[in-house]
Design a protein around this ligand. Structure first.
Ligand code: URP
Ligand code: ZN
Ligand code: ZN
Ligand code: ZN
Length: 459
């Protein structure tokens, strides 16, 4: 069945105009000032609303064995949460441990996504690089995965050493694959953690001191040097502070092909949240940690100037009861992560657009278009044009509501933004022309989501 979206204010990364959008057979068939509804066409009236391209979250964890436990969401819960929040494409990190086979892991992660309500793809985690690895990674790239993920942190777990880093980047350069990287100096993190713990500083409020801004900047600098020597194109995930941003900017001026992602918690939460009493600060433990509030202005400015290309979430849901409390006597054992896949778009709109920090085009660019471009999905995804997938968000700027664990789809026992007011939300959301959300509620079909195969573009 065809779908006609009428009278909306259509916003892309570069345009802003009123018009109608006709969707047929999963794609956008026509965009014009007025399109008449024929027979058998469902009409959604978008008067007084924005129409955005479906949002893309370039950094989520759904199936994640990590720090002695597993993240809570499944594709059922995470894709419902994503869709209600306006996100129509998820890029999940496939994160095998050092001892696991990359191809088997890829297949495991892929099998878990079969029930997804939204489209998805993966960054292939490289947690070991030995003589068998290259052939397996080539095979995974041939199957349509055009990005890798590496950790320069989590010593002894997911982190790789410098020889592996070099070999991964050299292969990525050959294949035209972009490498996304978690940048922190893992030796410094381990030493600082040990020192703080030996001084009896065991609570969640010490997370920031164990991985301060210069430890992140050192990780970024390290990646940049290796990218320069190999020519690989790299993308720093969850960049949290001006020190790390400066390290990227310096490298860009040297000619390094580097891009920056920041994630929604770092724009709006600060380290004082980790000081909440009764161990509640554990809800706010992630890596890199929440920073001093003075870092927020740097992130918003970098987003405005497009030094930050994308805003993701690093959604990593661990329950407060039973998981976060594994680190009650030792902050380094608190499973890292702040769940936010449902709330990213509404928070970015409320705290970015409504507060005048970014304009509507930058909002769309950072939350959708840039991820599509960088990860080989544009213009199928990330924009509104004839021939693109009909992934659309009809967004109601007059909606007022409150974020809460009581009304979330995410399968976790808290909401890090409990009680926060939002000024707008998606009223309807389509995935390839199928209405998956109406009146802010998931009404769609699980399993409608498809794997997006991608071709390398970073040569
Ligand atoms: O704290 C975080 N970021 N948890 C998820 C794993 C990662 O580092 O991306
Ligand atoms: Zn990370
Ligand atoms: Zn270095
Ligand atoms: Zn992550």
């Amino acid at each position: 069945m065809s779908l006609l979206i009428k009278n909306g204010r259509i916003i892309t990364a570069s345009e802003d105009f009123f018009g109608d959008i006709l969707c047929e057979e999963e794609v956008i068939a026509q965009i014009a000032p007025h399109i008449d509804a024929g027979k058998n066409i469902e009409v959604i009236d978008a008067s007084g609303k924005y129409v955005f391209p479906g949002f893309i979250d370039p950094h989520v964890h759904i199936y994640l064995p990590f720090m002695g436990t597993y993240a809570k969401d499944t594709y059922e819960t995470a894709s419902r949460a994503a869709l209600v929040g306006g996100t129509t494409t998820l890029i999940e990190m496939c994160c095998p441990s050092r001892s696991e086979d990359p191809l088997e892991s890829y297949e495991l992660w892929l099998s878990r996504a079969a029930e997804s309500g939204c489209d998805y793809t993966f960054h292939m985690g490289v947690s070991r690089f030995d003589d068998q690895t290259e052939g397996k990674l080539r095979e995974i790239v041939n199957r349509g995965i055009a990005s890798f993920k590496i950790f320069l942190a989590y010593k002894g777990a997911l982190g790789i050493n410098d020889e592996e880093l070099f070999r991964t980047l050299a292969l990525a350069k050959q294949l035209g694959v972009i490498v996304t990287a978690h940048c922190e100096n893992e030796t410094l993190v381990a030493q600082l953690q040990a020192r703080l713990l030996s001084e009896g500083k065991t609570g969640p409020e010490w997370q920031n001191d164990s991985r301060p801004p210069h430890v992140e900047a050192e990780g970024v600098h390290h990646l940049m040097t290796f990218a320069e020597m190999t020519g690989a194109h790299v993308y720093c995930v969850h960049t949290s502070c001006r020190e790390a941003l400066q390290a990227v900017q310096e490298a860009q001026l040297r000619g390094v092909h580097a891009w920056v992602e920041s994630v929604i918690p770092h724009f709006v939460l600060d380290k004082s949240y980790t000081e909440k009493p009764d161990f509640e600060g554990a809800k706010y433990v992630m890596s890199p940690p929440l920073r001093d509030e003075t870092q927020h202005d740097a992130l918003w400015a970098a987003l405005r100037s497009r030094l930050i290309s994308t805003v993701g979430t690093d959604h990593a849901p661990f329950d407060f009861i039973g998981q976060k409390d594994m680190g009650r006597d030792d902050f380094s054992k608190i499973p890292n992560g702040i769940p936010s896949v449902q709330d990213r778009v509404n928070i970015l709109y409320t705290h970015g657009v409504c507060k005048g920090r970014i304009d509507l085009n930058t909002f769309v660019d950072a939350a959708s278009t840039q991820a599509a471009r960088l990860f080989g999905m544009y213009p199928r995804k990330g924009t509104i044009q004839v021939g693109s997938d009909a992934d659309l968000v009809i967004y109601d700027p007059n909606y007022r509501g409150t974020l809460s664990v009581e009304n979330q789809e995410m399968a976790v026992d808290y909401n890090a933004f409990e009680g926060w007011e939002i000024e707008g939300r998606p009223s309807a959301v389509t995935v390839r022309g199928k209405v998956q959300v109406r009146d802010g509620k998931f009404v769609g079909e699980l399993g409608h989501g498809q794997l997006l195969t991608r071709k390398p573009t970073h040569f």
